[in-house]
Design a protein around this ligand. Structure first.
Ligand SMILES: Cc1cc2nc3c(=O)[nH]c(=O)nc-3n(C[C@H](O)[C@H](O)[C@H](O)COP(=O)(O)OP(=O)(O)OC[C@H]3O[C@@H](n4cnc5c(N)ncnc54)[C@H](O)[C@@H]3O)c2cc1C
Length: 553
């Protein structure tokens, strides 16, 4: 018998895009709600996000701008087997029809709910900006705007001229966090769920959770339900390697960190009481932002669209903003051994969006047939490793010189680069630079002669106007003027697209296909639905809460 230190009808785990809406909706259904959050702040990855919210199905915004959409069209789009990326990978083929149907049927209600709970969207026609696996037929992206709320990555509001136009997750989550407080949700920050309680270890109803609060263990009872919105698993090395053994420790700069982690704690706790995983292909499919090319170099957190700045409340953990690289003609990339491995201008994976396929014929073999195969992405080469029997590609370093710094108008010093933790090095010669590259993930020294030979060969390709090794289009700039630099440019993990098995009600399902009574899940911790981001999270949070409220017993 567990002694509960506190109890509520519903316990929600994780104050992000899934958990906060779930907590509000459960509270508004008349239930008492405890919301536990591991971090000292709310918002999860959602508050760090770009605020692009793909909700369609016939929203008032779509109607206002004459865009015809319907739940059936959303469903059809997001289950279309024939949509493939230029590398042949399908965005939607392995989606669970039941889960996508529930999402499609709830798009309009979710959009209306967000408006009713204080979220302001840019007053413009829905478009495709930020859309990643959101359906081909019509534009659905709405953009949450921050008004006067502070942004997570700067700690300050945007310029007043942009307050109603700048798309950002702060515009989604600050109003929702406020709505949760107003609704009377009992919010417990720095309370990390470590386990779930069930009547017996693998049978019966889920009765509550175990949390860690500054080293103290507490048991929190849930009279009706526990809703998991813990945000996925990409930050847990052992968990993510079940999907892809290459994703070893060096992929340490998850997008959205250090605001919050995705450490698989929801998945692991649920699996310990019998839950199944679902839709696992969606995590390894080579599309979207599960894995991305670094867009900011010389820092640990190199996700292209998130530059941590000194005003942010987590800047002490982020340490540096990174150097935004707009043109890979300004650097080469080398592996741990100082060797190039791909055309640096190569792309990351792509994903489906409005008008990606033209002409588009739903469910037609012609869609797959008309896509021109294009393998051009550098990610697999970056993850290939150095041939020494280890998994993972190891650190990838961008190598450049003083003239590249001038061309890019970079300031190659803190707080833009992280020297103290070994994500940025400089030296007056290439040999000295290679010799300096020592940090926790560089498990073999870089031979100075290798880096010298690599740069000399690359410089000869600039003379020739032809990259004879990797086909970089007309290499433009020699790397010749000291000082020389090595900046961390290792691929960045982003979202999770596979997780716990749920049904249309967001109930968690066990390994025998039966519902685990009293346990719900949504967002990146849930599986079965290959779509990047916020819309499925908010929508599933609401679905989970409503079904938890309606459940008897
Ligand atoms: C930089 C960035 C930009 C993005 N831009 C967009 C965009 O423009 N459009 C879009 O649609 N999507 C975007 N996304 C993706 C989107 O933000 C996520 O898909 C979404 O926030 C996931 O919601 P979630 O509820 O699953 O997790 P989160 O929003 O991450 O919330 C999970 C919360 O659970 C907490 N937690 C985790 N484990 C525990 C535990 N054991 N106990 C207690 N609390 C726990 C975490 O600290 C976190 O606060 C972006 C993501 C990032 C990182």
């Amino acid at each position: 018998m567990v002694t509960w230190q506190s109890e509520a009808d519903v316990v929600v785990v994780g104050a992000g895009a899934t958990g906060v809406p779930a907590a509000i909706a459960a509270r508004e259904a008349g239930l008492s709600v405890i919301l536990v959050e591991a971090q000292p702040h709310m918002g999860g990855h959602a508050i760090t996000s770009g605020g692009n919210v793909p909700l369609g199905g016939g929203t008032s915004a779509q109607k206002k701008y004459g865009i015809e959409d319907s739940p059936d069209l959303v469903f059809q789009d997001l289950t279309d087997w024939s949509v493939v990326q230029p590398n042949g990978f399908p965005d939607y083929r392995y989606n669970d029809r039941e889960i996508v149907r529930a999402f499609a049927d709830n798009n309009v209600a979710t959009y209306d709910w967000l408006l009713a709970h204080g979220v302001t969207f840019a007053d413009k026609a829905p478009d495709e900006r930020g859309g990643i696996s959101v359906g081909n037929s019509v534009p659905r992206e709405m953009h949450a705007v921050p008004l006067d709320w502070p942004l997570a990555h700067t700690g300050a509001p945007v310029d007043p001229a942009q307050r109603a136009t700048y798309s950002i997750g702060a515009g989604l989550m600050h109003p929702l966090n406020e709505a949760a407080r107003r609704a009377g949700v009992n919010i417990l920050l720095e309370h990390k769920m470590t386990a779930l309680h069930r009547e017996t270890p693998t049978s019966g109803r889920v009765t509550g959770i175990e949390v860690d609060h500054h080293g103290t263990r507490l048991s929190i009872g849930a009279r009706k339900a526990v809703i998991l919105g813990t945000g996925g698993s990409a930050g847990n090395v052992n968990f993510r390697r079940m999907f892809d053994p290459r994703l070893t420790e060096e992929y340490c700069g998850l997008a959205g960190m250090p605001w919050s982690d995705q450490d698989a704690s929801g998945e692991i706790a649920a699996m310990a009481i019998g839950a199944a995983l679902w839709g696992l292909y969606n995590q390894t499919g080579e599309f979207g932002y599960v894995l991305t090319k670094a867009g900011r170099i010389g820092c640990r957190y190199g996700y292209q669209h998130l530059d941590w700045r000194p005003g942010s409340k987590v800047f002490d953990k982020a340490v540096a903003s990174g150097l935004p690289i707009s043109d890979w003609q300004n650097a080469i990339m080398v592996n741990m051994l100082g060797q190039r491995f791909y055309d640096e201008t190569g792309r990351a994976f792509t994903s489906n969006n409005y008008n990606s396929i033209k002409p588009y014929l739903p469910g037609s073999y012609l869609n797959a047939k008309n896509i021109t195969y294009n393998p051009n992405n550098f990610l697999n080469a970056a993850l290939a490793g150095i041939g020494d029997g280890h998994n993972g590609g190891g650190p990838i370093w961008a190598i450049f010189d003083a003239e590249a710094v001038a061309r890019q108008k970079w300031v190659a010093e803190p707080p833009f680069v992280d020297i103290d933790n070994g994500f940025f090095f400089s030296a007056d010669t290439l040999a000295a630079l290679a010799d300096k590259i020592r940090m926790q993930y560089q498990r073999v020294p870089m031979p100075p002669a290798n880096l010298e030979a690599t740069v000399a060969r690359y410089n000869s390709f600039v003379d020739l106007g032809d990259d004879q090794d990797f086909g970089k289009p007309a290499p433009l700039h020699k790397i010749a003027k000291p000082p020389f630099y090595a900046a961390w440019a290792t691929p960045v993990l982003h979202d999770t697209r596979a997780g716990l098995r749920i049904n249309a009600k967001c109930e968690v399902i066990d390994m025998s296909g039966a519902v685990i009574p009293g346990l719900y899940c949504g967002g990146e911790t849930a599986g079965g639905f290959s779509q990047h981001g916020l819309a499925r999270c908010v929508c599933q949070g609401l679905i989970a809460a409503r079904n938890a409220a309606a459940a008897t017993g």
